[in-house]
Design a protein around this ligand. Structure first.
Ligand code: CA
Length: 238
């Protein structure tokens, strides 16, 4: 990891209508060198995400008007793979899973500390920027990961992955046929502070399978070692 590259200032779009919270988040992010754009409603958020192409979107779920945070997330995912952190007062698990299913990369529950916000922002930017390791091509049967272009294809068909999905697949693909424990995958892909967030991992394994497996119910690539972890199988025999 090369910190000087990974910690470069980012352009961050903050989507929130509560002035006090907007000011707080803006102050925190600009004090760490980031450029902050603000949208107070869903429609403005979608337009700014399209025009400004931010490096990260911090998105509140509860917004005024017809377009809520879930809809904003879904619309942004229609044209961009920029990482999205959802922000909400709600703590219900279904909201979290719905956010993930619409392509959110992480989730922060209000109230949050400055430290927590900055840690999540840093972790998500790190994930989306990837590492500075030499980029090459990894091929496992007809699954091809091109690390130079961050692109993935299966049987010649380009697969669209979010940054987090890509990192997870890459982590598995770098050690084919080797079971990687849950905690190691969580630490590597999400960051050390996420090592016990098994729900994140299970949810993302499901999304990855739905995108890369010919039959997600009978995974050919991503195999489960029950109670231990996952591995990427290099052959179709087991
Ligand atoms: Ca709000």
């Amino acid at each position: 990891m090369n910190d000087s590259i990974l910690d470069q200032p980012a352009t961050i779009l903050v989507v929130e209508d509560e002035p006090k919270l907007v000011r707080l988040v803006e102050t925190l992010l600009t004090s760490t060198g980031h450029r902050v754009l603000i949208a107070n409603d869903g429609q403005t958020a979608i337009e700014m995400a399209a025009i400004e192409a931010p490096d990260l979107v911090i998105l509140d779920l509860l917004l005024p008007g017809a377009i809520d945070g879930f809809a904003v997330c879904e619309r942004i995912r229609g044209f961009s793979s920029t990482p999205i952190i959802m922000l909400t007062a709600r703590t219900r698990e279904p909201d979290k899973l719905r956010g993930f299913s619409l392509g959110a990369d992480d989730y922060i529950t209000k109230p949050f500390s400055a430290r927590e916000l900055l840690a999540r922002v840093r972790a998500v930017l790190r994930r989306s920027r990837g590492s500075s390791e030499p980029a090459g091509q990894i091929q496992i049967e007809d699954l091809i990961i091109n690390q130079a272009t961050y692109s993935v294809s299966v049987a010649g068909n380009e697969i669209s992955l979010t940054p987090t999905e890509y990192r997870l697949l890459l982590t598995l693909a770098r050690h084919p046929d080797q079971v990687i424990p849950h905690t190691d995958l969580l630490s590597e892909v999400w960051g050390a502070e996420y090592r016990d967030e098994l729900t994140y991992l299970r949810t993302y394994i499901r999304y990855l399978r739905s995108k890369i497996e010919p039959d997600p119910t009978q995974p050919r690539f991503i195999k489960t070692r029950s109670g231990i972890g996952y591995y990427l199988s290099s052959s179709n025999q087991d």
